[in-house]
Design a protein around this ligand. Structure first.
Ligand SMILES: Nc1ncnc2c1ncn2[C@@H]1O[C@H](COP(=O)(O)OP(=O)(O)OP(=O)(O)O)[C@@H](O)[C@H]1O
Ligand SMILES: [Mg+2]
Length: 478
């Protein structure tokens, strides 16, 4: 074989080898002439555009992109700078499907070194972009989680932390990613951490409570659920941490309220059991009183009279306590009836002894009925009137007003007493809160329970030195 033919054959087989490589490539190869027309393509380009080689060759390169102008910018850049690298574009298949690509291109020259056109290679990055978007979405999802999520190695170095992790501890993301878990635990917890690491290796996961420290030095009580994970053959610890400070407070409150409920039940039982002997004491007192009345006037009779009076006062007081306790601990089931408001209020004033220095008056614009449980409502107004009188030790005036609105009936108890200090106001309806030496602190708590059992509301306004107005509103059934 002549040497020239041999050389030509070799050249031919080399170029067909190169051609095969280009055709087999998943990357897109295109050559473009100086006019921007395609001169050659490989199979991958046919696949992505949906056009045949014949259709592609001679057509305008820019037309196959979703943004032809941007493609032209890239194309011109190759001529001005000699190349482009990772130029992002999107190719449109004739069916409409879009493929994200990154273009790398250089100018191609002939043997004489003259520019002939461009040689461009593109990589399909659709999948890569999709994965990147998915990763971004996942990291955003982790960032909106209110629990703290952390990935660290067994030496404690932080590899990943979500927003809740670094923000709740007062760090920026960059600061936190450079940290070690030992920086955010109290010194005493280091040993526990070591034991936990062993447990994780043994059982795969562990749940524990611990104290962590924020950047400002304050502590937080947390519950950690940590588990073993493996990333590229490396054993790591993935953990979810929850701030349980509030939960602990709630648990404590719940325990307190359970304890109070038990105390309440016992108090209710005691009150119930005292009621019967109390009634016999009252009966006995009544008999003793009439016995003493029939005695001749004497020093002994006077003495006995005085003693009996004070025993009677004390019994009345015990009766009030027992009544309040029962109202407070029992479920209130109002027995609703229509009652005339004015007689209800007047009756209350009759049962309470009003000191001489207090001027009491009932002001009802017109007579109307109120739909309530009269016995329960009497207890409400009695408690409010007693409070008002007690607030006017130096005298004053007590006015009970009642009016009927479209939606409710409003009863106010107005006194000109000492008034209520600002710091006392929020505690007023709390059971057992009292400022009086002989007070129980049950009166208002009972009033509130009874009024609410009538679907009503109770409120007050008060000014130190001027007086207080308590207002009870009961829905108007008309
Ligand atoms: N009209 C008022 N003027 C000023 N302070 C008042 C008035 N009513 C209530 N208070 C304040 O509210 C507190 C709570 O009242 P509440 O009726 O619940 O209990 P108490 O009167 O102290 O005791 P109890 O009614 O059980 O004998 C009172 O101790 C008092 O400080
Ligand atoms: Mg009271």
């Amino acid at each position: 074989m002549p040497a020239r033919k041999k050389r030509l054959d070799k050249l031919h087989s080399t170029s067909s080898y190169t051609r095969n490589l280009i055709e087999a490539s998943l990357d897109l190869f295109v050559t473009i002439n100086a006019e921007g027309k395609i001169t050659d393509v490989n199979k991958a380009t046919e696949d992505v555009t949906g056009c045949t080689r014949g259709q592609l060759i001679g057509s305008d390169f820019s037309d196959y992109f979703t943004e032809p102008d941007k493609a032209r910018v890239g194309y011109k850049k190759v001529f001005s700078e000699g190349y482009v690298r990772d130029f992002p574009l999107a190719l449109r298949h004739k069916s409409g499907k879009v493929t994200d690509v990154l273009y790398n291109a250089i100018v191609s020259r002939n043997e004489a070194g003259e520019i002939q056109g461009i040689f461009a290679a593109a990589r399909d990055v659709t999948e890569h972009n999709r994965m990147e978007e998915e990763l971004k979405l996942r990291s955003e999802l982790l960032d909106i989680a209110s629990d703290s999520i952390l990935l660290r190695d067994f030496e404690g170095n932080v590899l990943y932390a979500n927003e809740a992790m670094y923000k709740t501890r007062g760090y920026t993301k960059d600061e936190f990613l450079k940290m070690n878990i030992n920086n955010i635990i109290t010194p005493g917890q280091a040993l526990v951490l070591g034991q936990n690491a062993e447990e994780i290796l043994k059982n795969g996961d562990v749940v524990f409570e611990t104290n962590q420290i924020r950047k400002d030095g304050s502590k937080m009580l947390v519950e950690v659920h940590a588990r073993l994970t493996e990333v590229r053959g490396r054993k790591l610890i993935l953990s979810v941490t929850r701030d349980i400070t509030r939960r602990k407070i709630m648990e404590e409150k719940l325990r307190d309220s359970e304890r109070l409920a038990t105390i309440g039940q016992t108090a209710g039982m005691v009150a119930h059991d005292i009621r019967n002997p109390l009634q016999s004491i009252s009966g006995a007192l009544y008999l003793m009183k009439s016995d003493i009345e029939s005695m001749y006037e004497s020093a002994v009779k006077k003495d006995l009279d005085g003693l009996l009076k004070s025993v009677e006062e004390d019994v009345t007081y015990i009766n009030k306590i027992v009544g309040d306790l029962q109202d407070f601990t029992h479920q209130i089931k109002p027995d609703m009836r229509d009652v005339d408001i004015r007689s209800l209020l007047k009756e209350i004033l009759k049962t309470i002894s009003i000191p001489d220095n207090v001027k009491a008056a009932v002001k009802v614009s017109r007579i109307f009925n109120i739909h309530v449980d009269p016995d329960l409502m009497k207890r409400v107004f009695t408690n409010l009137v007693i409070n008002a009188i007690q607030a006017m030790a130096k005298g004053g005036s007590l006015t009970i007003k009642a009016k009927k609105n479209e939606h409710d009936i409003v009863v106010s108890i107005v006194d000109t007493g000492v008034g209520i200090p600002e710091d006392v106001k929020p505690k007023l309806f709390t059971p057992l809160f009292t400022t009086k030496s002989k007070g129980q602190g049950f009166g208002l708590a009972v009033c509130k329970r009874i009024v609410e059992a009538h679907n009503g509301s109770i409120s007050f306004e008060s000014e130190i030195g001027k007086g207080t107005t308590f207002t009870v509103k009961i829905p108007n059934k008309d």
